[in-house]
Design a binder for this molecule. Structure first.
Ligand SMILES: Cc1ncc(COP(=O)(O)O)c(C=O)c1O
Length: 368
């Protein structure tokens, strides 16, 4: 493995220091919850090694939700480690995979660290960041080992329609290729929550977590689901070598939280919708930006309309310096810096309004 730190992590707000940021529009999750607000008491918990696949009751809860068996669920340290487990279990140096770009950085960086050969399916602003399924299928080679898709997509918020995911699953299944579906944002789908892709075949691995929709990234609670016992044995072997098992504290908090999921999720989805509308209204009135309207998640990926009229470097300088506002610049996603990821789910409504106004002011002041 050849590890290289990713810009999105080096420059993340928690690494830069929250103190220097007044308007944080970089986050891709709902606002972080505070443990004391959740009414979850773990004081009497026995701090033992837990079940290696993960807390049985939590796997049962997830299995019931997703209509699979508890042993089809492996709990992981956030979705990030699930993605790491899948890549390192299935790929070795020189193996080929097909992956969307831009993407959540780990979906690209871990295969790269392994030394895998990566075929990128580049999503274009001009095509509405749409995943063209015919093109994707035509890019699969006889030696492709893994196809990796993300829906709802980070950083664009674009959703791959379920019928298209099913077509990709069929095409990969027919060729004996594993399909990885990163569905970490699935519950934040504006057009209803589709069934998990893991139901589309034994070759499909779906990955998700509690970090984004529920604002619980601090308990590092994710999972992968797959219905092939042989693949699951492989993933468990990887998990045991990395962690042995997950944190019983995190797993217990997650279980207690999900037992009250209905209570938590309603206000969260309502707030996301409200913030989406604020962002949409703002961006449609902002003459220096253009966007592809997202259909899920809590982020969008607008771009400066005419980089000849706005100095991109000056924009970021003013935004971070004078305005104390922070967005995810395009280079976090291997894209031109005229693109920026704006997360509208994490800030308070006041911070969101302030942050969007700061972006407008920085754009105005950076005009050439
Ligand atoms: C698409 C996607 N997958 C996975 C992750 C990892 O999240 P976590 O490890 O907190 O679950 C992220 C985080 O930004 C993401 O955007």
């Amino acid at each position: 493995m050849k590890y290289v730190r990713m810009p999105i992590e080096i420059e993340s707000p928690e690494q830069m220091g929250y103190d220097s940021i007044q308007y944080n529009l970089t986050e891709s999750s709902f606002r972080d919850a505070r443990l004391s607000d959740l009414d979850i008491d773990v004081k009497s918990l026995l701090l033992c090694y837990g079940d290696h696949l993960g807390l049985r009751e939590l796997r049962e809860w997830l299995a019931h939700e997703e209509k699979v068996r508890p042993d089809d669920v492996c709990l992981t340290v956030g979705a990030a480690s699930a993605l790491f487990i899948v890549s390192t279990s299935l790929l070795k140096k020189g193996d080929r995979l097909l992956v969307l770009r831009p993407n959540y950085a780990t979906n690209i960086e871990t295969p790269r660290a392994i030394g895998a050969e990566i075929d990128f399916m580049d999503l274009k602003f001009e095509d509405g960041f749409r995943v063209d399924v015919d093109r994707l299928i035509s890019m699969i080679r006889p030696e492709t080992k893994l196809v990796s898709i993300t829906t709802p997509h980070n950083p664009t918020g674009v959703v791959i329609p379920p019928a298209d995911v099913a077509r990709i699953a069929k095409a990969t299944g027919d060729r004996g290729i594993t399909l990885l579906v990163d569905e970490t944002y699935r519950e934040m789908n504006f057009n209803g929550v589709p069934p998990s892709a893991c139901l589309l075949g034994k070759h499909v691995v779906s990955v998700s977590s509690l970090s984004k929709t529920y604002g619980l990234p601090g308990i590092r609670m994710g999972w992968l689901i797959n219905q092939d016992p042989k693949l699951m044995e492989l993933f468990l072997a990887a998990k045991e070598q990395i962690f042995i098992t997950g944190s019983i504290v995190d797993e217990t908090i997650a279980l207690r939280y999900l037992e009250n999921r209905a209570k938590h999720v309603k206000p969260i989805l309502a707030k996301i919708r409200e913030h989406f509308e604020i962002t949409k209204k703002w961006i449609e009135a902002e003459p220096r930006l253009e966007w592809v309207e997202p259909s899920g998640g809590v982020v969008c990926f607008p771009r400066i309309k005419d980089p000849k009229k706005v100095s991109v470097d000056k924009f970021y300088e003013i935004l971070g310096g004078k305005m104390k506002a922070y967005v995810g610049p395009g280079h976090w996603f291997e894209q031109d810096r005229r693109y920026m990821r704006i997360g509208y789910g994490w800030p308070t409504t006041e911070e969101l309004r302030g942050g969007l106004a700061a972006v407008s002011q920085a754009l105005r002041e950076a005009e050439i």
